[in-house]
Design a protein around this ligand. Structure first.
Ligand code: GRF
Length: 197
């Protein structure tokens, strides 16, 4: 048996693509992405999922969480990966799946994270501060935004003349796309071993 994974997205889905590619290469042996859910019906990530033959669903406001819970339960989802999912999940939602939801954040937590730090704002904040190293973090999701236990991190150098856009791309290429599939396998394997298989 493989851990049944749903990937939650809102946008372009390059991290979803990295997961799909890793799965194809056999790098996610203990998990299977069975569903991609978006809160945005126009997310390009949905096209990526369809091209890969993965079932998709849209759960948008109002009542997004109710729709999400129904959809996840209908697909017997055991683990969720937030891959550029731009909505904050409530305490009630996240406590239903303790240590079963992971998120990727484009900085080295605890720097440049928490409420208001998303997208290019994270990279802008790193450049404004003047740090010389940034990176990405995969962590468990709890009720505190970007506050759950860290699973893995990877550092990326900042270079002179970086713009938020250039830095965002480097962090994705050198950290996010490698880290997220690795973390997905670690958690999928843990869930399998806890279920006694
Ligand atoms: C990534 O930078 C991720 O770290 C952040 O949102 C962005 C999503 O990009 N949480 P994509 O949709 O995976 O291309």
């Amino acid at each position: 048996m493989k851990t049944r994974i749903a990937v939650l997205v809102s946008g372009g889905g390059t991290n979803l693509q990295a997961l799909i590619d890793a799965q194809r290469r056999g790098e996610l042996p203990d998990g299977e992405i069975v569903l991609v859910v978006s809160n945005n019906p126009n997310a390009y990530a949905l096209e990526r999922a369809k091209s890969a033959g993965i079932e998709t669903a849209v759960c948008a406001r109002p009542d997004m969480e109710r729709k999400l819970i129904d959809t996840l339960e209908a697909h017997s989802i055991e683990m969720m990966i937030l891959a550029g999912f731009m909505a904050i999940l409530s305490r009630d939602f996240v406590t239903r799946w303790p240590d079963r939801i992971i998120n990727i954040h484009p900085s080295l937590i605890p720097s440049f994270c928490g409420e208001g730090f998303y997208g290019l704002r994270v990279h802008q904040a790193a450049l404004d501060y003047g740090v010389k190293v940034t990176g990405a973090t995969v962590h468990y999701v709890n009720e505190i935004p970007d506050g759950g236990r860290i699973i893995c991190q990877k550092a990326v150098d900042i270079q002179d003349g970086d713009t938020p856009e250039v830095l965002q791309r480097r962090v994705m290429e050198q950290a996010e796309w490698l880290l997220l599939p690795r973390a997905a396998q670690i958690v999928a394997q843990r869930i399998r071993s806890e279920s006694g298989e």
